[in-house]
Design a protein around this ligand. Sequence first.
Ligand code: BGC
Length: 541
Amino acid sequence: MAVEWWRDAVIYQIYPRSFADSTGDGYGDLPGIVERLPYLRQLGVDAVWLSPFYLSPMADAGYDVADYLTVDPLFGDLADAQRLIERAHELDLRVIVDLVPNHTSDEHKWFRQALVSEPGSVERARYHFVDGRGEGGELPPNNWKSIFGGPAWTRIDDADGTGDRTQWYLHLFDVKQPDLNWDNEEVRQHFDDVLRFWLDLGVDGFRVDVAHSLVKADGLPDWDEEQAMLDGLVGPMWDQDGVHDVYRRWRKILDEYDGDRSLVAEAWVADPERLALYLRPDEMHTAFNFEFLDCRWDAAEYREIIASTMAADEAVGAPTTWVLNNHDVLRSVSRFGLTDPGSSHEGLGSEDEQPDNEAGLRRARAAALMMLGLPGSAYVYQGEELGLPEHTTLPDELRQDPTWFRSGFTRVGRDGCRIPMAWEAAEPALGFSPNGARWLPQPDAYAELAVDQQVGEDGSTWELYRSALALRKELALGRGTLEWVDVADDVVAFDNGPVRVLTNVLGSPVALPEGCEVLLSSTPIDDGMLPTDASVWLRTS
Ligand code: BGC
């Protein structure tokens, strides 16, 4: 039987508003993506995952959906989505779309209806509307905080001014992202229809946004501990056992379709064993391995995380995924360029430590070769293949991430990793748009990293990714097995089939074994020694 594609696929994340703008309004769009799809074929990835492009007031860059079955005019229309899926398939690229089931936009028709309906009505029952505490209901129902800052509850007349002040609604994210009530059968049924709609249109799978948050603990009890989502903490709002029923139900729907459709969980949970529960044979197929993304630049930590995540996934028969970047975290080049490399994934502003992007790029390239040498599936976030750093000096007045506003301007948020792509160095907006329009400016450093500066250039980061992807496919590394090799404390070393992967993490130079062939390296190797902060793929047999 053919191996299911999602077991070893390399999936490229497109952040639609920042990929390619075909109209000149400064925002990327679906036709822009279609034009650039051959670029992804050339790079050699197997699939794309698109962040949300649905109708949205864009309070959280589209993760606030007003209608799950409509494309936002900013990005195009449904015919464009259809063309994108068809064109991708012609190029042998699978398409994964984002599904945002934890919350809708406050501009979704359900929420609007809820606001003008009575407490206890079916309209309110689709969300978490709860009476306030205190004599006049003037205190929020519990002490939960929003991930973006401030309380997780809003008293409803703040939203519509009706004067009915009895109830509050829950929003784990922005005030414009009310949480759905997943104990409600109508909510479940609606999402069955949403899945079917996109499956019928031909998508190959879904990336499920905050997959661990849909079900909340009964009674919504207070929680005094930290609850920052990206840190995989526990609490009554995260990772409740009841959530697995939702994924069993979805899995049945996907299994009705041909072509190995798949579900990937975005779930920041406590440990690899809790994550693996989402990957039991009747639930999701894969999950982002955020432990790997969050790993410090430390060989022992890498060995531990690779081993523990693979062991947990193997126990449920699922492949492990590898990821270094996405639209929510500091880009790996800048993360690894911090004084304590990899210690934080929070966005950086001008007042923060400015990373050493040269050292960071060296490490990010080494990390990429380690990642692509591992068995399983891997993710590449747009611009990662160019070695783009974070924009760490974005003027505050341009920031759009709700984190910036809701944290009282104390956390700069995620705009710095969402900067428009760099295509052609000499073109306006680096080729992102036809007329130089761009919703956020690219930093100067992006010009020399643009696609046209790197394709065909020996030693460029783009060529490193392209070669690694080609070799990975040729040697079926994604379907291989890992065997640890003991080289030195500071070296992550393993065999995957005929390839030995070595990554020197902050160690002294190490001699390569005699008689082996260097297939690929993240820095030039000229004296038979692997320098610090570098990776190599060797042919051992
Ligand atoms: C997405 C974020 C988004 C949040 C709320 C996350 O996991 O990746 O970009 O802000 O969910 O939908």
